[in-house]
Design a protein around this ligand. Structure first.
Ligand SMILES: CC(=O)[C@@H](O)[C@H](O)COP(=O)(O)O
Length: 258
């Protein structure tokens, strides 16, 4: 497929699969997953790394000429904390891009819509390219886009649950109304989940846990890559409508367009 690039914040990407770097058993496993997936954007939790230290044991493994490092504010419990982390990353020389996550509830890790919107408005004004992680709420997604976020990132299911597209109907509305790329993030536990999101018209997906917990992260990354590509190609090709009633596959009349 040609000329089907993903544009986020004015930058063009070939891959529609973003990868998270948490929970891997080793840096080697993380790199294998990244390479297998063909991703171009990797997100890193600012709380887990020493962003100011190029020798940081995890960061030093990521080739920044090859991957765009997308700092995330995972662990932030309110807007202030998230903004502090984002500014810290920029001050340390990272690109002014941030995956904005505000998750006050440690049990379900569901994002706080009010604090996320508050932080997004301020960070956009400060010149950040903001990619907010949200529950699959179409009204919130609209507010964020109006505030100038570069994407919206609705969750398929809570982080780390591998439960797939539990929020399917809401994501469908977000996609229908979106004016920025929709990146389905979190809970995608199998390549088929990623394919389903892409078939619906999502612009990209972000996956971490499914790769990190696989005994073979490189192969799982490659499997997700294929799932994303297949879903995208099916979306562009145009899927048939679903119906309740059976419709014969071999009608007795001639070709539809004779
Ligand atoms: C790494 C990251 O950004 C996660 O917060 C993200 O939401 C991924 O979720 P999964 O681990 O469920 O793939």
């Amino acid at each position: 497929m040609t000329n089907d690039s993903l544009v986020i914040g004015g930058r063009t990407f070939t891959s529609r699969l973003l990868v998270g770097t948490g929970k891997f058993s080793s840096n080697k496993a993380m790199i294998e997953a990244m390479e297998g997936s063909g991703c171009e954007i990797v997100t890193v939790a600012l709380r887990r790394v020493d962003i100011e230290n190029p020798e940081d044991s995890m960061l030093s493994h990521i080739d920044r000429d090859r991957y765009l490092l997308l700092p995330n504010t995972s662990g932030a419990r309110d807007a202030e904390e998230a903004m502090r982390l984002a500014r810290l990353a920029r001050a340390a020389g990272c690109e002014p891009w941030v995956k904005l996550e505000v998750t006050p509830d440690p049990y379900y890790l569901l994002p706080d819509p009010i604090e996320t919107l508050k932080a997004a408005r301020i960070l956009v004004k400060e010149g950040f390219t903001v990619l907010p992680y949200i529950n699959a709420d179409p009204v919130l997604a609209k507010h964020l886009q109006e505030a100038g976020t570069a994407t919206v990132m609705p969750l398929g299911a809570p982080i780390g649950t591998n439960r797939g597209l539990r929020t399917r109907d809401q994501i469908r509305i977000i996609i229908e109304q979106a004016i920025v790329p929709v990146v389905v993030d979190a809970g995608l536990g199998a390549p088929s989940h990623a394919a389903e999101a892409m078939e619906m018209g999502a612009d990209a997906v972000l996956v971490n846990t499914a790769l990190a917990v696989s005994p073979n992260p490189g192969a799982m990354g490659a499997a997700f890559k294929k799932g994303v590509q297949a879903g995208r190609e099916a979306f562009l090709a145009g899927l048939g409508e679903q119906s309740q009633k059976a419709q014969a596959s071999s009608p007795l009349t001639g070709f539809l367009h004779d």
